[in-house]
Write a protein that binds this ligand. Structure first.
Ligand SMILES: [Zn+2]
Length: 83
């Protein structure tokens, strides 16, 4: 079991188990909160400090724009680095 541990004050600490259903992030384009797959991000070379993930709608829009832009070469990644 993996979990997130948050200290609220000297007497209270919350421990939340990390599951496939309870991990979320915020889209860097529209700020919408959405579910994410940490295992998939790590498997694709991402990390917890520099990787963000677009929501489904923004990912589709970006991929659509890439298809319509003749100057774009290569695949559009779902992940965006904060560098
Ligand atoms: Zn979005």
């Amino acid at each position: 079991m993996f979990y997130v541990k948050t200290k609220i004050n000297d007497e209270t600490t919350i421990r939340t188990e990390i599951t496939y259903e309870n991990v979320f992030t915020v889209c860097p384009k529209c700020n919408k909160e959405h579910h994410t797959d940490l295992v998939g991000i790590i498997a694709n070379g991402g990390d917890l400090h520099t990787t963000t993930e677009y929501c489904t709608e923004c990912s589709a829009e970006i991929q659509n724009n890439a298809k319509n832009n003749a100057l774009t070469v290569g695949a559009v990644k779902t992940f965006k680095s904060k560098h």
